[in-house]
Design a protein around this ligand. Structure first.
Ligand SMILES: [Cu+2]
Length: 174
């Protein structure tokens, strides 16, 4: 009995430890959790920037990211990268991005991304850039992008679990 209950206590404790890392900059909106929102510093005069984030749907129904906007950008779109005859191209996601229940969708270099265009100012490393996501069900959600260095491939600063060497998509072949 004693042994069993201490086992339970241990199990409960480890469950808490595993469940805990909802980081301070995770944003909850209904059943969605948005985390690791980031972008890159824009080198001199660049007018466009890609932005990336992770969306988890903890609910039982799908939701859809339908639009994005940002004060700093004259225009913002949802994009995806695809390979077309060996050439990496991007195109707008006209129908939005569905987040299935129980699934996590990651916007990352080489795949889905937010495209911020007609920038009114530069992104500087270490700054935060507010953007507004619009979901079909969860509605408008404000998040802030952590601006990383110019060549960053991952959000960084998030602790030891991140892979340091992400493959550079510019050399990607399919
Ligand atoms: Cu793009």
């Amino acid at each position: 009995m004693n042994k069993l209950s201490s086992l339970f206590a241990l199990a409960a404790l480890s469950a808490v430890v595993v469940a805990a890392p909802v980081r301070a900059d995770d944003v909850k909106a209904g059943d969605l959790v948005i985390s690791q929102a980031w972008s890159r510093a824009t080198p001199g005069g660049a007018k466009v920037a890609g932005a990336f984030l992770t969306i988890e749907n903890k609910g039982t129904a799908p939701d859809k990211l339908v639009a994005v906007s940002a004060e700093i950008a004259g225009k913002a779109e949802l994009h995806e990268m695809t390979m077309d005859n060996g050439v990496m191209k991007m195109r707008p996601l006209e129908k939005g991005l569905v987040i299935e229940p129980g699934k996590t969708v990651k916007l990352a270099p080489g795949g889905y991304h937010l495209m911020l265009q007609d920038l009114k100012g530069a992104f500087k490393e270490g700054e935060k850039v507010p953007v507004t996501l619009e979901f079909e069900k969860a509605g408008k959600v404000a998040v802030s992008l952590d601006v990383q260095g110019v060549g960053a491939q991952a959000p960084g600063g998030g602790g030891g679990m991140m892979m340091k060497k992400m493959p550079d998509h510019s050399g990607m072949k399919m």
